[in-house]
Write a protein that binds this ligand. Structure first.
Ligand SMILES: [Zn+2]
Ligand SMILES: [Zn+2]
Length: 205
């Protein structure tokens, strides 16, 4: 099986994040809207955490202290190929950026979607609650924001053919630690992810 999905940064998956409810420890959902073109971000931004079990609720748009990362995922205005680009992490968002299409080499301005992130913390980037989707792999912790994120990672880990040439330095896969990329751990990680997914689906059913 070949892995050839777009090079999403981790923040791409941050619209809906499952966290451990701080009140009852069941999975609760952190949702952030609007996901795209919210400039200036995060001033326009509404995040809320809702627990379907105990009713815990928190909302706010200014409780975040991490960085922003911009992401372009649109069709090239010239040839129609998918253009994927991540900006440098920043604290100050801007509306557009120039991207050169890898297929036709045309440089155009594209609108940026901004995402919040805090690097390497298994918490959500809005309220700082613990992520629900976490699992130990040997001495490491593997964490995911949601099932789409889990599926994406699992597809990558389980694929034997991985295309590395179209990736940029902020893509989620570029930033995966070596123990996740190592084929030695492939079966273990896939097993752990399957188990985590199964447990999660049981909990939210
Ligand atoms: Zn709860
Ligand atoms: Zn093009």
């Amino acid at each position: 099986m070949k892995f050839n999905q777009p090079a999403y940064p981790t923040v791409y998956f941050s619209e809906n994040i499952w966290i451990t409810c701080p009140k009852c420890t069941e999975p609760a959902l952190v949702n952030s809207q609007p996901r795209k073109y919210s400039i200036p971000f995060p001033l326009n931004h509404q995040s809320k955490c809702t627990c379907g079990y105990c009713g815990f609720h928190q909302s706010g748009n200014d409780q975040w202290a991490g960085h922003l990362q911009g992401f372009v995922n649109q069709s090239c205005g010239h040839c129609g190929t998918k253009v994927c680009h991540s900006t440098e992490p920043t604290k100050k968002p801007y509306p557009n950026t120039k991207v050169t299409c890898e297929t036709c080499q045309q440089t155009r301005e594209y609108e940026i979607a901004w995402y919040r992130y805090i690097s390497n913390k298994p918490t959500d980037p809005y309220f700082g609650f613990d992520l629900w989707l976490q699992t130990d792999v040997k001495d490491n912790v593997l964490w995911l924001y949601n099932l789409e994120h889990l599926t994406y990672l699992r597809d990558y880990v389980s694929s034997k053919l991985r295309e590395d040439n179209s990736r940029h330095k902020y893509s989620m896969i570029t930033n995966l630690p070596q123990w996740v990329k190592s084929s030695k751990n492939r079966d273990l990680i896939v097993k752990k992810l399957n188990k985590l997914e199964e447990e999660f689906i049981k909990r939210i059913d």
